[in-house]
Structure formats: C-alpha cells, structure tokens
Ligand binder design. Sequence first.
Ligand SMILES: [Zn+2]
Length: 173
Amino acid sequence: MTLRKILIHPDPRLKAKCTPVVDFTTDLAKLADDMLETMYHAPGVGLAAPQIGITERLIVLDCVKEEGGTPEPIIMVNPEVVWESEERNVYDEGCLSIPEQYAEVERPAVVEVKWQGVDGKERNEKFDELWATCVQHEIDHLDGTLFIDYLKPLKRQMITRKMQKLKREMARG
Ligand SMILES: [Zn+2]
C-alpha cells in the first residue's frame, strides 16, 4: 500500500465531474487500499478519488471514531444516493482537502446508498448519523462539490483565500 498525496483546494481536479468506473481490475482494488491507508493516516473518516487526483467515481469511508473501536472500512465504487429522509441533520463538517476549516452543513439525516464493491457486486445500505453525513460529503466530491459550496459566498471566499495562502506556504516548504 502507498500513501497518496491529498490535493488541497482550490484545484481543478477537485471541481471535476468524475467518470464511472467500468473496469473492476486488481489495480482498482489496489487504488482503493491506497485510499484507505491515506485516509487513516491523515486521519480522516472519508476520502474520494478526486482528492488524490483521480477523477473516477470511487470513495472510501470509515466513521468509527472511538479510540480502540473496530475499524469498519467501506469501499464504494459508483455510489449513488437512492433515497433520502425528509428529516435533516446538521454536522460541523471538515475535509482533508480543506485542512483545519470546519462549518455546519445541513443534509438529510438518513440516506440509502447503492454502490458496487471492488468486485463489481452491487450493494445497498442505509446510513444515519455521521455515516450519512460522510457518505453524502464523499459522493458530492465525485461531482466536484465541496462542503464549502453550501456556505454563504463570503465565508466560502474567506476559506478559499486561507487555502491559497496555505498552498503558497507549502510550496515554499
Ligand atoms: Zn472532503
């Protein structure tokens, strides 16, 4: 497994509409394993392929946050929300591509998601609480949507400017 570099906003690859995965190869399984390792290392609870510069519809997540909890990694290929609850939930969201920035985002509290495993097999499950927020946040990435796109323009611009500054500092080393 290899740690991948996580792209920082703003980056055109984070705004791309990702293409569906059609080939279920061992390369796909390896890529998913790299993404899980990169996510746990960060650490984070979710990661989408465009965040490592691969504009394909693939996400990984694990929202088990308790210290010493059993990991529950999920790899989703071509995920799709097929049902969402009327009930809404507000979470203080963050993103590995927008480090150290958090903001409240309102989303459906429960969602049903359909996806394929790395073996191409179809799966279907309902998610609530942090899992629901996380899976929606990651699927958004596949359409070039970031959580800051739900914020008021002024707040979004403020965060983007901070990230531009951070990227300049990182480039200088
Ligand atoms: Zn994110």
